[in-house]
Each structure stands twice: as structure tokens, then as C-alpha cells.
Ligand binder design. Structure first.
Ligand code: ATP
Ligand code: MG
Length: 227
């Protein structure tokens, strides 16, 4: 906490995901969080080898390229390649530890959709995430925010509806953030492209142009490894 009346610099957002591929649901929600929370910038962090899910359909370089073209027109978005360059599984706790050390005392906001937030207790060292960053949880269609158990406790203990709290301390607040509800998912876009249908208007045009010519997405096979 800062002394009374003082505030810290505007926070930096950290928005992780597989981005397989990036779509307007990600981009619009990230922009609205940036504005609503008064963030200085939003770092989009594609996961190299996500620990919680099947292998991405597209390789790291292709997903990175799609994110780069998708965000090229928005100077407050930055694509952070650190998880792609790190060997082994991509753990958010490692990414936040590096940023925390580099940016201290600037606040960090870990940005999550409601579905990701509900799965948080499966993440590596998940309780420590809120020591390094605030958590900003975006509403998402199909993922009602009804946390239970440890997650409900975290929310009860740390929730704040005062956006100013994100600048009064460097980490530790949980904020629930309404965003325009766009029922778009990468899973649905992969299915469209695989079926030879057009993902136009679900993704930026520059992403669409790359997707329709992408052999990884056109010939993808989704193997459900986990139930
Ligand atoms: P997939 O269907 O492959 O899981 P996805 O659309 O869920 O893809 P991810 O890369 O898994 O995209 O998501 C990255 C982050 O973005 C997560 O925190 C997720 O909750 C959030 N997110 C994805 N799509 C939306 C959306 N339409 N609205 C709000 N948040 C979203
Ligand atoms: Mg997802």
C-alpha cells in the first residue's frame, strides 16, 4: 500500500493465452480492460507449451505471427514472446515473476476470462499469482462466474470494485470486469477453417488472410487428450 493519497504508475496488463488463433473476442475484451482499468499497456503473452491443455494446432511461430498482425494497429498492445522462448511448460507464475522484478513497483494486472479464472486452482503455484499481480476477470459468454471453495474465498478476501485500488498497490486485488460479450472461441474458428468455411468478421482481416492459407489450420485434427 502506498502512503495516503499517493498512487503508483498506471498498471501493465498481462493477458496470456494459447491464441490458437487470436480472435475478436480476445482483442475487444483486452482493449476494454485496458480502457476501463486505466492500464498503461497490455502485454499479450502467447503460451509456448500450455500445461493445461492439448497441444496447440498451430506452432508457436504461426500463433505469434497471427498475434502480431492482429495487434499491429494498436500501440498500447505489445506481444510478449517470453513464454515462447522459454523451454518447458509455460507457467504464468514464471512470467509474472520476471515482469514483477523488471517493473517494480508498477502494478501488474493478470487478465483472465471467466473460464480461465474458474480453472485457476489447477495452475502451478496459483495462490502466489495474486502476490505478484492484481487479477482482472472478464465476463465471458458460457462461463457464469460462480466460483466455489478456495476460489470463492480468494474473491471474498480480495475483491474490489474501486478501479483506483489497482493503482494504490502493486498486486493483490481481484476485479470483475464486464466487457462486451462476444461468443467467439478459437475452437469454433479452428472448426470453421478445417471445414473450409470463412472466419471473416470473427477475426481481423489480416488474421483471416493468413488463416485461410494456413495448412496447420486447414488440415488440423483435434485430438481430445483429456476428458
Ligand atoms: P480455445 O477455444 O482454443 O480454448 P479461446 O477462445 O478460449 O480458445 P484462449 O487462448 O484459450 O482462447 O484464451 C485466452 C484468454 O482469453 C483466456 O483467459 C480466455 O478466458 C480469454 N478469452 C478468450 N475468448 C474470450 C472471449 N470471447 N471473451 C472474453 N474472454 C475471452
Ligand atoms: Mg480457451
Amino acid at each position: 500500500m502506498t502512503p495516503a493519497g499517493q498512487t503508483l504508475p498506471a498498471p501493465v496488463g498481462v493477458f496470456g493465452g494459447t491464441f490458437d488463433p487470436v480472435h475478436h473476442g480476445h482483442l475487444r475484451a483486452a482493449l476494454e480492460v485496458l480502457d476501463s482499468c486505466g492500464l498503461a499497456a497490455m502485454r499479450l503473452v502467447p503460451a509456448g507449451q500450455p500445461p493445461h491443455r492439448n497441444r496447440p494446432v498451430a506452432g508457436a511461430e504461426e500463433r505469434l505471427r497471427l498475434l502480431q498482425v492482429a495487434t499491429a494497429g494498436e500501440p498500447r498492445f505489445a506481444v510478449d514472446e517470453s513464454e515462447l522462448r522459454r523451454a518447458g511448460p509455460s507457467y504464468t507464475i514464471d512470467t509474472l515473476t520476471v515482469l514483477r522484478a523488471a517493473l517494480h513497483p508498477q502494478p501488474l494486472c493478470l487478465v483472465l476470462g471467466a473460464d480461465a479464472f474458474l480453472g485457476l486452482p489447477d495452475w502451478h503455484r496459483w495462490r502466489e499469482l495474486a502476490e505478484l499481480a492484481h487479477l482482472v476477470v472478464m465476463h465471458r459468454p458460457g462461463a457464469p462466474l460462480r466460483p466455489e471453495g478456495d476460489l470463492a474465498q480468494l474473491l471474498a478476501a480480495r475483491r474490489s470494485d474501486d478501479v483506483g485500488d489497482l493503482r494504490r498497490r502493486s498486486a493483490g486485488v481481484v476485479r470483475l470486469q464486464p466487457v462486451t460479450q462476444l461468443d467467439i472461441s478459437s475452437t469454433a474458428i479452428r472448426a470453421l477453417v478445417r471445414d473450409g468455411r470463412d472466419p471473416r468478421y470473427l477475426v481481423p482481416d489480416a488474421v483471416r488472410d493468413l488463416l485461410v492459407g494456413s495448412s496447420s489450420y486447414r488440415h488440423s485434427v483435434e485430438v481430445q487428450v483429456r476428458a
